[in-house]
Structures are given as C-alpha cells and as structure tokens.
Write a new protein. Structure first.
Length: 332
C-alpha cells in the first residue's frame, strides 16, 4: 500500500522534470508534456494530480491514470522507482491513458452520455501568464487577482485566458470530472458590467448532468456549495457550484452527495433563501447533514473577503427539522 505523502510525491516528480509550476498545498504540478514533444520545455501544458494519480495535457489531450506510465515516457530510468510513489496500472491495457478512462465498472450503473466539451481555443493558464507581454492577457489575470484570487486558487481552479477572438479579455473557468476530463466551462467577460446579461460565455453542455470540478472534491469531507464558478474564488478548497440556484434531485451533484452521505454547507446568495431551504429540505430527507452559511452580509459570496467567508463558514448553523421549519416560517 502506498504511504507516500503529497509532498514526497511532488518532490519525486520535481527531480525528473526540468521545469515545473506548483502551488503550495496543491496536489497538482504543471510540467512539459512529453507527448506533444514541443521543443520549448518551458511550455507547461500538462497537469499531474499526484493524489488522484491523473495527468492531462491541455494541448494534445493526452490523459491517463497511471503516473508511472507518464514517468516512463519522461525518463525510463525512474520508472521502477516511481512505482514506490504511485499506483502503476500501465500494464493493464495497451492504450492505458485512453482505455482506462473509458472502461466501465460492470457493478455500477452505466453513466449518462454527456456532450463532448473542448477546452477553449488558445487556452493558457493564468498562473503562467501573470507577466505576459499581451496587455489583454495581463488584464484578465489582474481581474482574477483583484477578485481575491491567489496563486493557490489559480492552480486549484485551473483559471485560464485565451487570445482567441471568441474568448479574448475573458476569464476562463473550466470544470473537470473525476477522471480529469473537461465537462464544462464558463467565461467571464472582464469588461462587461455586473448588470450585463451577456457577461458570461458558457459552453453548450448540460448543467444538470455534470458536477463542477468533481476532480477537486473529497466526498468524505463537508462540501461547500455556492451558486456560480466565480464564487469559488472565495470559498474553501472542498467546494463546488450549482451553476444556478437550484439542485434537482435527478442532478449528478445531488445523486453523488446522497450516494456518499457527504455533509453539505450551503452558501447561496441571500436573495435565494427560499431555494436554499428547498435544497436543504430535499437533502435532509436523504439523511444528509446540511448547514447554512449566513450570506446576508453581502450580495453574494463572490463579493465577500476571504476573511469574511472563513468567519461565516466557521459559524455555519447545522439544520434540524425544527430549525428548517422556523426558517421556512420566517419567509411567510
């Protein structure tokens, strides 16, 4: 059984690659992709998650669930040693990085077929372009920083920017499923006022069938739920968003919460209290522990400071049948 810490796993990879980018307390590292074979090894387009044993290149779309398999491609002399740090499944299937992600567990219900989502053309990580020559790219990065996003969050949420005309001067917030495959993205046009109904560019994919950034979620720990992706800039790390203000019982997120018995902290906007209580009621019927965070101090979570969010999070109130009823009565 592998007992290596996250830090030990990251340090092992760092001694193999020439260049890398890694944020403190983040289990992911950005490296040069050996499959792209780009001569410029400063192009860090592959993300490796050492805790989930996943890797994914945003350029050539190579992906897999066996880091030793990747290590062998990077430097074969480290292959044997890598198996002391990571699970090796490279000998299970010939085309491991493709097949293992597509194979189904015969004991599980076959998942719904989802619309294929492509990463926006020209996508680049904000964290690698803070000092870009292009002023539009710098402006997008500064927009994220001014909204309270630090280096850790930039990497955790994999915030991006693009010089493609369709996405220029827009902050790209992509989402990835549990296998590291992109399943959604939204883009915030930084020049559009908050009142502009066209301030967001969303991909054409079902919001009910996906879980926003499932890749980041530890289902054994309390899960913070907010309304939109930009709210995630202010939350704790184990968080996701509804991509709206409702949580249908047939949604992928609702089903996975119930399946795992995951405790939930609801941090929805103050103007959505009736919808918040509806979500809480639905979850509690399945014996899910639900707590409410008081968001009445600001218009939405995205407007809070990190300090305010942390304080309100720590003081979240767990609901029971009586308190839920009292909250409902207060709306009458």
């Amino acid at each position: 059984m592998n007992t290596k810490t996250t830090s030990e796993k990251l340090n092992f990879l760092k001694k193999i690659v020439l260049n890398y980018k890694n944020s403190k307390d983040c289990p992911e590292i950005a490296i040069w992709c050996p499959y792209c074979e780009n001569s410029n090894k400063n192009k860090l387009k592959m993300i490796v998650n050492v805790e989930k044993n996943l890797y994914h290149c945003f350029v050539c779309d190579t992906k897999g669930r066996s880091i030793p398999y990747l290590v062998k491609k990077l430097s074969e002399k480290y292959y044997s040693e890598s198996k002391n740090y990571f699970l090796d499944s490279s000998n299970q299937i010939k085309d491991e990085w493709l097949d293992i992600l597509n194979q189904l567990d015969d004991n599980e219900e076959k998942p719904e077929e989802l619309e294929k989502v492509e990463i926006p053309e020209g996508f680049m990580f904000c964290a690698l372009n803070l000092d870009a020559m292009d002023p539009d790219i710098r402006d997008v990065c500064n927009y994220a920083i001014n909204r309270g996003c630090d280096d850790h969050k930039m990497w955790l949420l994999r915030l991006g920017v693009s010089n493609h005309p369709n996405f220029r001067r827009s902050l790209i917030l992509p989402s990835f499923d549990e296998n590291g495959i992109i399943n959604f993205y939204t883009c915030r046009r930084i020049d559009a006022p908050t009142t502009d109904m066209y301030k967001y560019i969303n991909c054409n994919a079902s919001r009910v069938k996906i879980i926003f950034n499932d890749l980041n979620i530890n289902w054994k720990k309390p899960l913070t739920i907010v309304e939109g992706p930009l709210d995630l800039l202010k939350t704790n790390d184990n968080a996701t968003c509804l991509l709206g203000s409702s949580l249908p019982k047939d949604s992928a997120l609702f089903k996975k919460i119930v399946k795992n018995g995951t405790p939930v902290i609801l941090a929805l906007d103050k103007d959505a209290i009736s919808k918040t209580l509806k979500i809480a009621d639905d979850l509690m019927k399945y014996n899910i522990d639900v707590s409410l965070m008081d968001t009445s101090y600001e218009k939405d979570v995205g407007d809070m400071s990190h300090e305010m969010f942390d304080n309100l999070y720590q003081n979240s109130c767990k609901l029971d049948a009586s308190s839920l009823l009292l909250n409902k009565i207060s709306l009458i």
